[in-house]
Design a protein around this ligand. Sequence first.
Ligand code: ATP
Ligand code: MN
Length: 268
Amino acid sequence: MATLAELLDDLVADVDGVFLFSPSASYYERFDSRDDLVVIAPENTVDAETFVRLPLEFTNVEDRIKFGIEGAMDENIVEEGDTVICSASMFDGDADTLTRVRVGENMRSGVYDLIVNSRADPNVVRDVFEVAVELGKKGQKGKPVGALFVVGDAGKVMNKSRPLSYNPFEKSHVHVGDPIVNVMLKEFSRLDGAFVVSDSGKIVSAYRYLEPAAEGVDIPKGLGARHMAGGAITRDTNAIAIVLSESDGLVRAFKGGKLILEIDPEDY
Ligand SMILES: Nc1ncnc2c1ncn2[C@@H]1O[C@H](COP(=O)(O)OP(=O)(O)OP(=O)(O)O)[C@@H](O)[C@H]1O
Ligand SMILES: [Mn+2]
């Protein structure tokens, strides 16, 4: 029979990295001599040599860990096949959880890059992405719907688009992330055109017909006008586009005129 300490030894044996999620200074100092230490936190308050930024609140520890590992992959700190031990706090206070994780290429969803390296606020990108995923999962009244969200650089996006109908958000000051707004976005997704969202998350307009220049846009063949317009506007402006396809149900994101993420909402 193994003792508890032996079981823990097995858990942490032969790891390629030790990932500390938001460690306190005193906890961090206890590890000081290791050179495979990675701190993953909103800010590098412990002055760690290797640091990955976590720009969002994650109450769910699994989501936090997945997001942090994807960030570490993006920064070339770990790669597929590596095994890391993650230390995190699940309840209040200091680290209370150790998890052994094998890094897989399937963890590189593109979501970290999208959220961290976009012009708009990371929380705004996350909220819009989640609305698109939820819409993709449930559809609208059981039927599949498509939707196009253009996020960030809203002034320029407005200049490169025109209204298809009156803008229901004209005089309102509503922001993505409000539960009521998410209901409105889902409701309006049945209507034509794009939603335009500002860097700070204000919904600037619905019903926008995008008219970006399409030259130099590198979008996979087979995608239609919604995806082309969404992709092209991100080359013409510093916005990103998050697109839910009505026909194949996938959520895609575009940045700089390129497809950077493609996920099935059912798997997310
Ligand atoms: N330039 C545009 N700006 C904003 N919305 C557009 C534009 N072009 C198309 N759309 C919207 O996309 C909808 C679907 O068009 P289309 O089928 O050509 O796109 P798609 O890329 O094939 O998307 P899906 O996979 O959802 O069918 C249109 O009904 C319209 O609401
Ligand atoms: Mn289509």
